[in-house]
Design a protein around this ligand. Structure first.
Ligand code: NAG
Ligand code: NAG
Ligand code: NAG
Ligand code: NAG
Ligand code: NAG
Length: 296
């Protein structure tokens, strides 16, 4: 007891020293979004607790989780801090693979899939498919699609990385997704050795490969723009100012990536009618702030 103050007095004293404590965000601004993608729902502002879901209009939704690339449906929520609970994902487009070079024509035959060319293997045969690449690339994830059957696959990003995949019995056509978390050197070709199991057959129908560029960031930029949104891919973040605002010098590129690190170019969205210099409250946009007069 002794010298203690009533709690409201303590609170009042705290408020006078740190008026920021009185800024309570009840909305989040529209979040950043991926190049070739968006999120739903789209609004001008979001109440705390609202969830949005990212999607890709082109490419595959990729999120970097625990050192690997995950194809994901991503939801983030507006938090009471006025910030989103997570960052945007990326919409990545696979590289174009040419038809593979086959080690022999006797054991395999091209099957006439509707969309894909399949390579089939009967009863204990082996085959090697080699996909030559136009450039030296750093693969980071791939799909391998099969028809029904059972087989063993050794996938080699020559010469340093290989992976063996022993399928269970596959009853319907499926694609298996693999994320390559430790592979960081370039390759000029991808090789798949396929062996079907005794009394079984299997066909490989399509391989879909994702690769990194030289300028590449695993995560989107950490810093977003006030009064604007960023449209991001792995190497660039482009600024879109919200309605009534424009970049102060008409620039677009907000940040660029080199060696997995973003550099920020100091862009700013400013009010198009720079008339009223509003109260210098440090609350973020769309927060509810008690005006100073209320506090005094
Ligand atoms: C696959 O990699 C392992 C080491 O991780 C190596 O011992 C093996 O020879 C490789 N196999 C092929 C077919 O390249
Ligand atoms: C293959 O299947 C047939 C009949 O299902 C069986 O008679 C034969 O022993 C099997 N062969 C092997 C090597 O498992
Ligand atoms: C392979 O095995 C399947 C199932 O046992 C059989 O129906 C088929 O005739 C065999 N094909 C060849 C080429 O031996
Ligand atoms: C990112 O977008 C820029 C254009 O804004 C483009 O030049 C670049 O190739 C893209 N990078 C990736 C990794 O998609
Ligand atoms: C890129 O980053 C890695 C680790 O962050 C570092 O070891 C390497 O020296 C960097 N390379 C360049 C060219 O800056």
């Amino acid at each position: 007891m002794g010298l203690s103050f009533p709690p409201f007095l303590l609170l009042f004293g705290g408020v006078l020293l740190t008026p920021r404590l009185f800024c309570v965000a009840t909305y989040c601004p529209p979040p950043d979004f991926p190049e070739r993608g968006r999120y739903v729902p789209e609004k001008l502002k979001y109440e705390v607790g609202t969830q949005i879901q990212y999607f890709c209009t082109n490419g595959y939704p990729m999120d970097f989780i625990d050192n690997g690339w995950v194809i994901s449906v991503k939801n983030v929520a507006c938090q009471s801090s006025g910030e989103w609970s997570g960052q945007t994902l990326f919409c990545d487009i696979p590289i174009k693979l040419k038809n593979p070079i086959l080690s022999s024509d006797t054991d395999s035959k091209e099957l006439d899939g509707k969309e894909h060319k399949c390579f089939g293997y009967q009863n204990d045969t082996e085959e090697i498919l080699q996909f030559p690449l136009d450039d030296e690339l750093i693969p980071y994830a791939f799909f391998l699609c099969f028809t029904k059957g059972q087989g063993v696959f050794n996938i080699r990003f020559s010469p340093t990385w290989n992976f063996t995949y022993d399928t269970d019995i596959i009853k319907n056509s499926v694609c298996a997704y693999f994320s390559i978390d430790t592979y960081h050197s370039k390759t000029k070709s991808i090789t798949i050795e396929v062996s079907s199991k005794t009394n079984s057959s299997i066909a490989v129908c399509d391989m879909i490969v994702f690769s990194k560029d030289d300028n590449w960031c695993d995560h989107p930029p950490e810093y977003s723009a006030i009064n604007g949104q960023l449209e991001v891919n792995h190497s660039k973040a482009v600024l879109h100012c919200k309605e009534g605002f424009r970049e102060k010098e008409g620039r677009e590129v907000y940040a660029t990536c080199k060696n997995n690190t973003w550099s920020y170019l100091n862009l700013k969205c400013v009010d198009t009618q720079e008339n009223k210099k509003s109260l210098e409250l440090t609350c973020i946009a769309e927060s509810h702030c008690f005006p100073p007069s209320f506090i005094l």
